[in-house]
Design a protein around this ligand. Structure first.
Ligand code: NAD
Ligand code: UGA
Length: 431
């Protein structure tokens, strides 16, 4: 099939590349010329495992091309995916200006039937708005459908998630669009749920908000565990063994970050309010999430005691492992606090350092964990990269000035750390 994808970021690039790899002809467009120039040279601007190879392979096979021209996409594609960003506005609303701008441009070049698919995460009723925008700006009598096909991939495992989703949700208002989208997704062999457009939009917001709720719930429980010296890892395991609950998304720690959960919870709260419902439950989810960082920071304060002339090292910067994405990364808030206390900050992340250099001034970027540990009074585990779980902790301890590790992701065995001689403070595993 002939597919167009507008917005070549984490979702658009993965979507376009995977559709090309399934044998479709795909044009990916972005208004960021630098990004398109890089992609045309086979350079992938983000770190996502396995993506570079797939982009290069499908470009060589001439199934995947890149452009800055939306005109070209509209002319050459039967199905057009909108995958631009939908960030938060200051008041929590989803900023739909990128979606709106793309809808207008699509309308301008529309001459024959196309399906325009919302891949971006948008509030309910955005489909209606996109449809009326296109109607307003397109020539008369041109036929098109607007569909919603929310994306559930996670950064770091995006290709695997895209190709093996638990479900594919297709929100449509015509049989023609339903059949074309079903045909496109048929090779994936995953269950396809067909709904109306509004239900599909809500499925996405509700799913992300539910997962965020699960995380805040386990974080709240971890705080109770800390108070009595119980072990949140055992509690999560015990809860997760109940199939109705499940173990996933019950890892307590620094809370959820990234470009999706925080903004999508905000947007769901916001659209609910506009529709006349106060989603207080989600307000609390946000509060618990913010409090996790405050509690983490209070552990640094109480365990370092005197903050003067102290050096702290951060293991990890990215909002989660296997990505270089720094959007809403908890590390940013922790570093902000450390700098306000005039504590010297050293950082190391296996992939996110290039993207962090503009965001983080006045911190020392280290080449590895051992350079990081040297002279530190305290190490903070911020991102649970696998390589941190394999550290030579005896060597780390020798390099550090003091023996304190505060673990925001529970990656170490507390007995082992104590035997080596560390003072080890983790999350929800007693004090
Ligand atoms: P991103 O910021 O990585 O990519 C968005 C791209 O759109 C950018 O490259 C930007 O230059 C481009 N763009 C903006 N305006 C444009 C325009 N007028 N014309 C052409 N290109 C334009 O964002 P992302 O992380 O890929 O997220 C995109 C959407 O997908 C969001 O709504 C997000 O909530 C949703 N989503 C993201 C993920 C994820 O893991 N990142 C997963 C599921 C859904
Ligand atoms: C999330 C969802 O998992 C995807 O299904 C969805 O498509 C995507 O948002 C989106 O809509 O953009 P992602 O943000 O890439 O994906 O990463 P997750 O693995 O979900 O982690 C999100 C945050 O929650 C991270 O900061 C992570 O550290 C935190 N988290 C996750 C926890 O604190 N505990 C957990 O148990 C799980």
């Amino acid at each position: 099939m002939r597919i167009g994808v507008i917005g070549t970021g984490y979702v658009g690039l993965v979507t376009g590349t995977c559709f090309a790899n399934l044998g479709n002809y795909v044009i990916c467009a972005d208004n960021n010329k630098k990004k398109i120039d890089a992609l045309l040279k086979g350079k992938v601007p983000i770190y996502e495992p396995g993506l570079d190879e797939l982009v290069v392979h499908n470009t060589k096979q001439k199934r995947l091309t890149f452009t800055t021209s939306i005109k070209k996409v509209v002319e050459k594609s039967d199905i057009i995916f909108i995958a631009v960003g939908t960030p938060s506005k200051k008041n929590g609303d989803a900023d739909l200006s990128f979606v709106g701008a793309v809808a207008k441009q699509i309308a301008k070049y529309l001459t024959k039937y196309r399906i325009i698919v919302e891949k971006s995460t948008v509030p309910v009723k955005t489909g209606e708005w996109v449809k009326s925008t296109i109607e307003r700006f397109a020539r008369k009598n041109v036929k098109f459908d607007v569909a919603s096909n929310p994306e559930f991939l996670r950064e770091g495992t995006a290709i695997k998630d895209f190709l093996n989703p638990d479900r594919i949700v297709i929100g449509v208002s015509s049989k023609r669009a339903e059949n074309m989208l079903k045909k496109l997704y048929a090779p994936l062999k995953s269950p396809i749920l067909v709904t109306d457009v509004k239900s599909a939009e809500i499925i996405k917001h509700a799913s992300n908000s539910f997962l965020a709720t699960k995380i805040s719930f386990i974080n709240a429980v971890s705080n109770i565990c800390e108070k009595v010296g119980a072990d949140i890892l055992k509690v999560a395991e015990g809860m997760g063994m109940d199939k109705r609950i499940g173990r996933q998304f019950l890892s307590a720690g620094l809370g959820f970050g990234g470009s999706c959960f925080p903004k999508d919870v905000d947007a769901f709260i916001s659209i609910s309010k506009k529709l006349g419902y106060d989603f207080d439950l989600l307000e609390e989810v946000r509060r618990v999430n913010a409090r996790q960082i405050e509690l983490f920071v209070s552990k640094i304060k109480s365990n370092l005691i005197n903050l003067k002339d102290k050096t702290v090292g951060l293991l990890g910067l990215a909002f989660k492992p296997e990505t270089d994405d720094m959007r809403e990364a908890p590390s940013l808030k922790v570093i902000d606090w450390l700098k306000k206390q005039k504590i010297k900050v050293k950082v190391f992340d296996p992939k996110a350092m290039p993207k962090s250099k503009d965001l983080l001034k006045g911190v020392k970027f280290c080449k590895d964990t051992y350079e990081l540990a040297k002279g530190c009074d305290c190490l903070l585990v911020i991102t649970e990269w696998n390589e941190f779980k394999q550290l030579d902790l005896v060597r780390i301890k020798r390099l550090m000035k003091r023996n304190l590790i505060i673990d925001g992701r529970n990656i170490f065995d507390s007995v082992n750390l104590k035997n080596i001689g560390f003072k080890y403070i983790s999350t929800g595993r007693g004090r």
